[in-house]
Ligand binder design. Structure first.
Ligand code: PGA
Length: 228
């Protein structure tokens, strides 16, 4: 990737209430303002639950934060009679990215390859940047996704990470199968280990979950990532 931007994508999962969202942005903004760094070498993305996408967009505009909003999922259908679903066109009013195929969606909501490829189609129709999650090098991904996140299930929320060497090996295999994709690593990413992943040859970014919930911890990941 040479001098291409590194990605830091925070996945809040199904956490926080509206007051906590406000506090997160307030604290993150004050850390940003204290620092002289504009982090021009990073693409920083935060993915709140659907219901807080408008609030998150409003807060990042109010605080002039140079970060993007992502959604954690998208309906496989367009707008219409699909009760409970949130469409790509609705998401695109507030977010630039969408995570598709997270292992928690696959296991808890029984999402399969066919449904995931419909989700990718809907997202791309609305020009959302797709962050497609795979669990290992054998998980298939639609050919036209821009960003693939390698997240071994056993490393998610456990405090156990893959080794940077193995993650880099998986990243190399995936990039051979899907050329020109940006490759993220996820699974217990922290400020202590982020550099070890970004220092590899094939990993272009990270997808922290738990550590992104705390603005201070997410900030430290951003700062350490920016030093690579
Ligand atoms: P974790 O989650 O950082 O809490 O392991 C990562 C993810 O599931 O995206």
């Amino acid at each position: 990737m040479g001098n291409a931007k590194k990605y830091v994508v925070g996945n809040w999962k199904s956490n926080k209430n509206s007051g906590e969202v406000e506090i997160w942005f307030k604290q993150f903004a004050s850390l940003f303002q204290e620092s002289k760094n504009k982090f021009n070498n990073l693409e920083i993305v935060v993915c709140p639950p659907f219901i807080y996408l408008p609030l998150a967009k409003k807060l990042l505009e109010n605080y002039h934060l140079p970060i993007k909003i992502g959604a954690q999922d998208v309906s496989p259908f367009p707008n219409g009679a699909y009760t409970g679903a949130v469409s790509a066109s609705q998401i695109s009013q507030f977010a630039k990215y969408v995570i598709i195929g997270h292992s928690e969606r696959r296991s808890n909501f029984h999402e399969d390859d066919k449904q995931l490829s419909e989700k990718v189609k809907r997202a791309k129709e609305q020009n959302l940047g797709v962050i497609f999650c795979i669990q290992d090098e054998n998980t298939s991904a639609p050919q036209d996704v821009q960003i693939i996140a390698y997240e071994p299930v056993w490393a998610i929320g456990t405090g156990k990470t893959d080794t940077p060497e193995n993650a880099d090996k998986v990243a190399a295999i995936v990039k051979e199968k899907y050329p020109d994709t940006v490759l993220l690593y996820g699974g217990s990413v922290s400020s202590e280990n982020v550099q070890s992943f970004l220092n590899t040859s094939h990993i272009d970014g990270v997808l922290p979950g738990g550590a992104s919930l705390d603005p201070q911890k997410f900030w430290e990941i951003v700062v350490n990532a920016s030093k690579i």
